[in-house]
Write a protein that binds this ligand. Structure first.
Ligand code: GDP
Ligand code: GDP
Length: 455
């Protein structure tokens, strides 16, 4: 009876959509003002149906879902990235680096009315070295007369330039066909479905929290940090490290060990690296310096891990630096500023003395287990039924929205879809999320709850 009035085909479609596996990632790269954002909007079209409520999420999304002729993928818009903090060349290089590390294919956008600039040539070099498939979009070709400009871009050596007008849609179909042709069906970085493969850990945190010290400690050897050159783009290095009798893959250890000294925009650059590492990881170990007050940058990095949907472990490092007073404030800080990850296991370690290193692995395993938890539909609905009966949604405008049924649409992290007879207020959705956690655990993992409203 709960399903009364539902079109089951539609529901199935919704579920297929919400429960999709990992999608390949397309990055859109190019100089400012060439039309990247316009192209991204064109590619994602009108598909933004899901009303998603992810408590604690405030950051704007840069990854959108798209589909072309039934092929689904994620598009990463780098258009908003070129802040004033970096010069044009550095920002475009950073985009390219992100694309190289985290994307499965790249659309390189050039303004055909301007032609290839030195910056464009430099990006081409980076992209070529990466070996990821690249499709060249010659943008702002609004009519046939612009096509000659597009063909001049053969000179870049990236193969056929696709003349498009992102603004008007001209040629974008052919461009999308070319993209689909080179985009792998599944992302190179897959989540957990490689049976027996090592689990992937991103060790993240602001500069000087002790990432490289911790890495050296767990890797059991001291390595020299080489090549302090700023802004150089090189291949990331993932290292296999045995810990607690298990082999783990630590993502982008080169980035952890490297000392990047940019005069400007170092934080910005570091956060791009963090984003790229998170994209590849399953679990994030977020290091925080126990000896210092929690900084805005710490909470931002925590948010990045949560927003990326990764399992999260909070590691308070430099525990050897703690005195009684600091310890007192630390507990208060955690309660006040880390509420968004109250569910994350916490370890208090010292990379210097080796304190509590043995607690790291169990915490990581707990977080991964939460991340992979699946709640059977029957159990979920029994729970929702009782919950809603005991705590109905407040009446609004004479109506009382009801949750009709729910299902877990996916794992890694757990994603739930609730079908409701009306709009559910944010407070009520947060209440549901809290109760879901109380009932089913989900230690160490963000969970996502979307609501579909059926009239
Ligand atoms: P981004 O900085 O690379 O993301 O560039 P935007 O997407 O913000 O576009 C920069 C400017 O170029 C905007 O004014 C767009 O309207 C314009 N633009 C983008 N695509 C086209 C196009 O195909 N033709 C024309 N004539 N203008 C375009
Ligand atoms: P990263 O920038 O996050 O990689 O941080 P580093 O590993 O380079 O560490 C920054 C500084 O903190 C160095 O001087 C380390 O020796 C020091 N450090 C790292 N871990 C600890 C620790 O557990 N205790 C203390 N007292 N110092 C530490």
């Amino acid at each position: 009876a709960a399903e009364e009035g539902f079109d089951l085909d539609e529901v199935a479609e919704d579920l297929a959509e919400a429960g999709h596996g990992p999608l390949p990632v397309l990055a859109v790269v190019g100089r400012p003002n060439v039309g990247k954002s316009t192209l991204v909007n064109r590619i994602i079209g009108r598909r933004e149906a899901v009303v998603e409520d992810r408590p604690g999420v405030t950051r704007d999304r840069v990854a959108y879902e798209a589909d072309w002729n039934g092929r689904r993928f994620k598009v990463v818009d780098t258009g908003g990235w070129e802040q004033d903090v970096l010069g044009i060349d550095a920002s475009v290089a950073a985009q390219a680096e992100f694309a190289i590390e985290a994307a499965d294919a790249v659309v390189f956008v050039v303004d055909a009315t301007v032609g290839a600039t030195d910056t464009d040539e430099a990006v081409v070099k980076l992209l070529r070295r990466a070996g990821k498939p690249v499709v060249l979009a010659a943008n702002k070709v609004d009519g046939p007369s612009g096509e000659a400009d597009a063909y001049a871009l053969w000179n870049l050596g990236l193969g056929e330039p696709y003349p498009v007008s992102s603004l008007h849609g001209r040629g974008t179909g052919d461009l999308l066909d070319a993209i689909i042709e080179v985009l792998p069906e599944a992302p190179a970085v897959t989540f957990g479905d490689r049976v027996g493969g090592p689990r992937r850990i991103a060790l993240i945190g602001r500069p000087n929290v002790g990432k490289s010290s911790l890495l050296n400690r767990v890797a059991g050897e001291d390595r020299v940090v080489v090549d302090p050159t700023a802004g150089t783009t090189r291949d990331p290095v993932d290292e296999l490290i045995e810990l607690g009798g298990i082999t783990w893959k630590f993502i982008d250890t080169a980035g952890i060990r490297r000392r990047v000294h940019l005069t400007e925009g170092a934080d910005y650059y570091a956060s791009l690296r963090t984003a790229a590492a998170l994209e590849k990881a399953e679990v994030a170990v977020v290091l925080i310096d126990a000896g210092e007050s929690l900084a805005e940058q710490d909470t931002r990095i925590v948010s990045m891990a949560v927003d990326a949907g990764r399992a999260v472990v909070i590691a308070y490092n430099k525990w050897d630096m703690l005195d009684e007073e600091r310890r007192h404030y630390l507990e208060r800080e955690i309660e006040r500023d880390l509420v968004q990850v109250q569910w994350a296991p916490r370890v208090n370690v010292s990379a210097r003395t080796g304190r509590h290193m043995e607690k790291l692995v169990p915490a990581i395993q707990t977080a991964l287990a939460g991340w992979e938890t699946r709640v059977p539909t029957g159990r979920l609905n029994a729970f929702l039924g009782e919950l809603v009966a005991a705590h109905p949604h407040p009446i609004r405008g004479g109506k009382q929205p009801r949750i009709l049924f729910g299902t877990q649409a996916g794992t890694k992290p757990p994603r739930f879809v609730l079908f409701a007879s009306g709009f559910l207020e944010a407070g009520y959705r947060r209440f549901i999320e809290r109760r879901l956690r109380e009932e089913f655990g989900f230690e160490g993992t963000p969970i996502q709850v979307s609501v579909r409203v059926r009239e």
